[in-house]
Write a protein that binds this ligand. Sequence first.
Ligand code: HEM
Length: 145
Amino acid sequence: NSCTTEDRREMQLMWGKVWSAQFTGRRVSIAQAVFKDLFHNVPAAVGLFDRVDGSDVNSNKFKAHCIRVVNGLDSAIGLLSDPSTLNEQLAHLATQHKERTGVTKSGFAAIAQSFLRVMPQVASCFNPDAWSRCFNRITDGMTEG
Ligand code: HEM
């Protein structure tokens, strides 16, 4: 159940189609859709995002947070082909998340589910198995230690 070379190429293709879409606005709205889904399923998570106006996902503050998250995911997906650098990048993201109390493994499982619901709506030829294996590879690296 690991993120194989084939999985990784598929994930990069699925993501690339979303990413190369002309407008940054699309990336923001994909992340907003993911967070709306997450907050709907785990209302208690909203409070973690007070500093970035989590109670108003349409606020400019929250949209700026969204683009930071999506950029973080983009660099991780790109680095799947370079595992040693990926591990450093994920360790860095792990530190950033550890500093915020309340961000747990179950939170990562919940966001994985939210991506799985949003991505098929925005990516063509979405392969949920390859996506999930590589998404787990990324979030495992963010929650270890
Ligand atoms: C902040 C990425 C999952 C909670 C951030 C930042 C990035 C990021 C890049 C900004 C760090 C900074 O500039 O200080 C990601 C990625 C995720 C993920 C790539 C999964 C693939 C989660 C999950 C939670 C979470 C599951 C909790 C349920 C937070 C919080 C902040 C944050 C509370 C700080 C917001 C603030 O006050 O600035 N995340 N994140 N993240 N993330 Fe995540």
